[in-house]
Design a protein around this ligand. Structure first.
Ligand SMILES: [Zn+2]
Length: 323
């Protein structure tokens, strides 16, 4: 994904009862409601980088933005993040946490794409042990639905549904070619098709995570900036995942079968495997890990991402154990 990779952690502080302003009515230090509540419109993530307490005003439901990425402040005790994978170099992510007393935003960096030299020297899939955990995981079964309303007509519906489900299994079970055993993640359940949209709102230049809900939907949309997939997820203060939604780009460069003569095409099932990685709690590895599924930049004309590298597998094992 081009420029979007950021961890947007927004912690919104919910209402804190009374204000201290009454002690000195008319004091020059008394801030207006607008100032206390960081205005009316979207809040810049930078304003919440150190955590903002907004006494007397709830930031829940407010949009926090960091350029190409936005999220909506979740209720107290919850966090939200948006992250994805793309064709090109840097990417961003944004995470916002609402502890109930403060709201804090964390913007992910914009790692550079690995240089060809670094790719050539990078450790292979069964050697590169790099992983990054976001700090939350599923403790119950992940039940999801699929929305095909915006699926491009060039796809076969049955193939798309099959690959989305298989990709879930690739990540959840830790499918690998390194001889490692199956990951003990709880089983997942596909509940069928739905008319509900993924809770992700793309525009021509940005992608946003909407208000928290409890459904998990995979669907299509027109993602900006070379992004191939985007995942928004919500978790509780105890680190238990509450919901995840995945949007797949409608671009023609995503294909369910790589052509024999391939150029500038990306593997649908591999991209979905990466996005499921976010849904299960894995973050990006940063650049220089071209053989790992969780590198933020996806390699074209290869189905490598369908199987986890050892780093991806180690990350899943740390969260869920292995059989
Ligand atoms: Zn990603």
């Amino acid at each position: 994904m081009t420029n979007l990779r950021r961890t947007l952690a927004l912690v919104a502080s919910v209402t804190i009862g009374t204000l201290l302003l009454t002690a000195t009515p008319g004091s020059a230090s008394a801030r207006t409601a607008d100032e206390r509540c960081l205005g009316h419109g979207p809040i810049a993530a930078s304003a919440l980088a150190r955590g903002a307490a907004a006494p007397g005003c709830s930031l829940v439901g407010r949009v926090v933005t960091d350029g190409h990425v936005s999220v909506v402040v979740p209720p107290a005790g919850m966090s939200v993040a948006g992250e994805g994978v793309g064709r090109r170099g840097g990417s961003r992510s944004l995470q916002v946490t609402n502890t109930g007393t403060t709201v804090r935003a964390v913007s992910g960096g914009t790692p550079r794409a690995a240089t060809p030299d670094r790719v050539a020297r990078a450790a292979g899939a069964c050697k590169d042990r790099t992983f990054h955990l976001e700090g939350h995981r599923w403790v119950k079964s992940l039940k999801f639905r699929i929305n095909l309303r915006k699926m491009p007509s060039r796809y076969s519906r049955s193939t798309v549904v099959k690959q989305i489900r298989v990709a879930n299994g690739n990540m959840r079970k830790g499918r690998n070619s390194c001889g490692k055993p199956r990951i003990s993640t709880r089983s997942s359940h596909y509940l069928g098709r739905t008319k509900a949209r993924p809770n992700i709102n793309p525009s021509s230049s940005a992608v946003g995570c909407g208000k928290v809900n409890r459904t998990n939907v995979v669907g299509f949309g027109n993602l900006p900036g070379g992004l191939l997939g985007w995942t928004c997820y919500w978790w509780f203060g105890n680190g238990h995942m509450g919901a995840a939604d995945i949007m797949i780009d409608t671009s023609k460069v995503l294909v369910t079968h790589l052509p024999a003569t391939c150029s500038n095409k990306w593997d649908f099932e591999g991209i979905l495997t990466h996005e499921w990685g976010h849904a299960y709690g894995l973050g990006h590895t940063g650049g220089g890990h071209p053989h790992l599924t969780m590198q933020h930049t996806a390699r074209p004309c290869s189905s490598y991402a369908r199987t986890l590298g050892i780093g991806d597998w180690l990350g899943m094992r740390k969260m869920y154990g292995a059989r």
